[in-house]
Design a protein around this ligand. Structure first.
Ligand SMILES: [Zn+2]
Length: 132
C-alpha cells in the first residue's frame, strides 16, 4: 500500500517537474519571439524613417519630371523611351548631388550598364549638343 502511494507521489512529482520545464521552455520561446518581433519592428521603423543611405537626398518628383521633359522622355544614351530612370551623372556615392545639371534620363538597361565607375557626362553632352 505504502509502495503504491510512494510510486504515485513520485509519478506526480515527475509530471509536475515536466510541466514546469514545459512552461519555462514555452515562456522562453514566447519571450524570444516577442523580442524578435520587437527588433523587427524597430528595424522597420528605422528603415521607414531613414529609407535612404547617408548622403542621399530624397528626389523631388518635380525634378524627376523636369529631367524627363528636358531629355525628351528618352534615354540619353540609347534613345529608348521605355523603363526610364533618373541617373546621377556624377554618382551620389562620389559626391554628386540632386541638382538638375547632375541628372539625366537613362533607361534601366543603360543605367545598369553604366555602373558607378563610368563617366557618362561626356555621352550626355555629346547627345545634347547633337540635339540642340
Ligand atoms: Zn538606354
Amino acid at each position: 500500500m505504502i509502495g503504491l502511494v510512494l510510486s504515485l507521489i513520485v509519478r506526480l512529482v515527475v509530471f509536475a517537474v515536466q510541466l514546469v520545464i514545459m512552461v519555462v521552455v514555452w515562456s522562453f520561446r514566447l519571450v524570444a519571439m516577442a523580442v524578435a518581433a520587437l527588433f523587427a519592428f524597430i528595424a522597420s521603423e528605422r528603415a521607414r524613417r531613414a529609407p535612404l543611405p547617408p548622403g542621399r537626398q530624397p528626389m523631388d518628383p518635380d525634378v524627376r519630371w523636369t529631367v524627363f521633359r528636358r531629355d525628351g522622355y528618352a534615354c540619353a544614351w540609347c534613345g529608348s523611351d521605355s523603363d526610364l530612370t533618373i541617373d546621377h551623372i556624377h554618382p551620389v556615392a562620389l559626391g554628386g548631388t540632386n541638382d538638375i545639371s547632375n541628372l539625366q534620363t537613362l533607361c534601366r538597361n543603360c543605367n545598369s550598364r553604366k555602373g558607378i565607375s563610368a563617366s557618362p557626362g561626356r555621352y550626355r553632352r555629346r547627345e545634347l549638343q547633337r540635339v540642340r
